[in-house]
Design a binder for this molecule. Structure first.
Ligand code: TXA
Ligand code: MG
Length: 311
């Protein structure tokens, strides 16, 4: 793993679809260009998480974030009080957002934050695209607050880390759903519920996640992904009226509507296409072809099983 000392060098790599671990005031993040679905797919590969969790998009300013999500009056109050800083807001993605659907795991909402760390600020200004960045640790391990922690957790999985010293907060950002009038606390952090309530002028509702990337009642989040017309997984024989979500070069005959996750059976490409293709086929009942249970295929199959409500 190469240690970088220049935000310009990191920005060039990120624009070139590479992953770079970056410092923020909370914890180190594993960053990718949020507008590039294949780059975002690499994050899930590197973290070796068998699920797609929605990711936080990072911006240099609130103005930049306003292009990608719909700010509510509540969000404006919270941003005015705590940005730049360790607060993440969950807001509805704009219809023409450039952030790929994989970054929000197909959800209608996108988590956004403006970090205060000077080097993160410099990088975000230089790279000029939003960066998604989950904590830069392998799935199921502690969040990294120094570059040494990142190196220990992701050695051999990523090529670069932007050196930014120890993280001053050392704890992940507070996450607030600000889509409505009342702030909903989704993850506790250094900014407290009391501070949020004060800035919002509104009592805070608690809906804390069970653990990293988990939601308290799994069904709640996941219902969003179930296509309206239903979904059958791993099928070889079509039923009339079904659309096919294919994988690989050999497509069974009989389907009029076909989208192919990856003709060359590339799992990274398939992950990058998954959510946008599910959305495109939503008007039909969907049949999906088998995807190998390995690497990113684990997360793809997990999501397809949930969408088929067979989980
Ligand atoms: O401090 C932080 O927030 C760090 C630094 C790098 O910014 N990032 C971080 O990301 O902790 P991550 O991926 O480890 O945690 C993000 C959390 C997850 O629990 C995820 O479920 C939640 O944010 N989240 C993201 N998008 C969401 C959405 N649209 N709705 C609800 N929860 C969301
Ligand atoms: Mg994390």
């Amino acid at each position: 793993m190469k240690h970088l000392h220049s935000a310009y060098e990191a920005a060039a790599l990120l624009r070139d679809s590479e992953l770079v671990a970056i410092p923020t005031e909370t914890v180190y993040g594993l960053a990718a260009d949020a507008t590039n679905a294949e780059a975002v797919a690499k994050i899930y590969e590197a973290k070796q998480r068998p699920q797609f969790n929605p990711l936080i998009a990072h911006f240099a300013s609130q103005e930049a974030a306003e292009r990608e999500v719909e700010f509510t009056p509540l969000a404006r109050k919270l941003a005015a009080a705590f940005w730049p800083g360790p607060l993440t807001l969950v807001l509805r993605a704009t219809p023409d957002t450039r952030i790929c659907a994989l970054a929000r795991a197909g959800l209608p909402t996108q988590a956004v934050r403006v970090p205060a760390h000077p080097l993160a600020q410099k990088l975000l200004r230089e790279v000029a695209v939003p960066l998604v960045a989950p904590s830069a640790n392998a799935s199921g391990t502690l969040s990294p607050v120094s570059s040494a922690h990142v190196a220990k957790s992701l050695a051999g999985k990523i090529g670069w880390i932007l050196e930014g010293g120890e993280c001053s907060e050392g704890l992940e950002s507070t996450i607030v759903d600000a889509t409505g009038e009342q702030p909903v606390l989704l993850r506790a952090g250094t900014i407290t519920a009391t501070q949020i309530a004060e800035a919002a002028g509104y009592e805070v509702r608690l809906q804390l996640h069970a653990g990293e990337g988990e939601v308290k009642s799994p069904g709640q989040l996941l219902r969003h992904y179930a296509p309206r017309g239903g979904l059958r997984i791993g099928t070889q024989n079509p039923q009339s009226g079904e659309a096919l979500l294919a994988f690989g070069a050999e497509i069974p005959p009989g389907f009029t509507h076909v989208l192919n996750l990856s003709e060359r059976s590339d799992l990274r490409e398939a992950a990058a296409n998954l959510f946008s293709m599910l959305h495109q086929l939503e008007a039909y009942p969907i049949a999906t072809m088998p995807v190998p249970e390995e690497g990113l295929g684990l997360a793809i199959n997990d999501r397809l099983r949930r969408a088929s409500s067979s989980l």
